[in-house]
Design a protein around this ligand. Structure first.
Ligand SMILES: [Zn+2]
Length: 161
């Protein structure tokens, strides 16, 4: 009986701490609730936590990086929830998914067509500011096909000094 009461008290305390950390995450001017609703996504507390980390500014993050940020703030969100939420955000057009290789997928807050540099030394994905016009590919298409999407990733490395 006493143990149950202690466990309940600990759980209440943990939820309170999570909600306070969540409030700290939501103090930015970015309205994540509105962003989710605008894309037909019901704003659960865990979706809002992920949205606040990822969507408040333009950036590219992996699921692992998001998980690390959440863990560093001592908020409880499972890796499965993060992956499911990211998949939902991509499906609803809130994020663009970029496959760098079989083990690295980035989630890009810029959903407009654009190309990237991937630095193999730092693991960083960077937008190419100048828009590369990929229409030259149009002439090379196999017959009876059309372009569905174009992802250009230019792999770079640091100069060795
Ligand atoms: Zn990008």
């Amino acid at each position: 009986m006493i143990i149950c009461a202690i466990i309940t008290f600990i759980n209440i305390l943990r939820n309170l701490m999570n909600s306070q950390k969540f409030k700290q995450l939501t103090r930015s001017s970015f309205d994540s609730t509105e962003a989710l609703r605008a894309h037909g996504i019901y704003p659960t507390s865990q979706r809002l936590i992920i949205a606040n980390i990822l969507l408040a500014k333009h950036q590219h993050m992996t699921a692992e990086q998001i998980y690390d940020v959440i863990r560093s703030k001592r908020i409880k969100v499972s890796q499965a929830t993060i992956y499911n939420t990211l998949r939902l955000f991509v499906t609803k057009g809130l994020l663009h998914e970029i496959f760098v290789d079989s083990s690295k997928t980035f989630y890009d807050t810029n959903t407009q067509p654009h190309q990237h540099f991937f630095n193999v030394d730092t693991g960083q994905l960077i937008d190419i500011k100048k828009h590369l016009d990929p229409t030259f590919i149009q002439n090379e298409l196999p017959s009876a096909t059309l372009i569905d999407s174009i992802d250009i990733i230019v792999r770079i490395r640091n100069h060795s000094s």
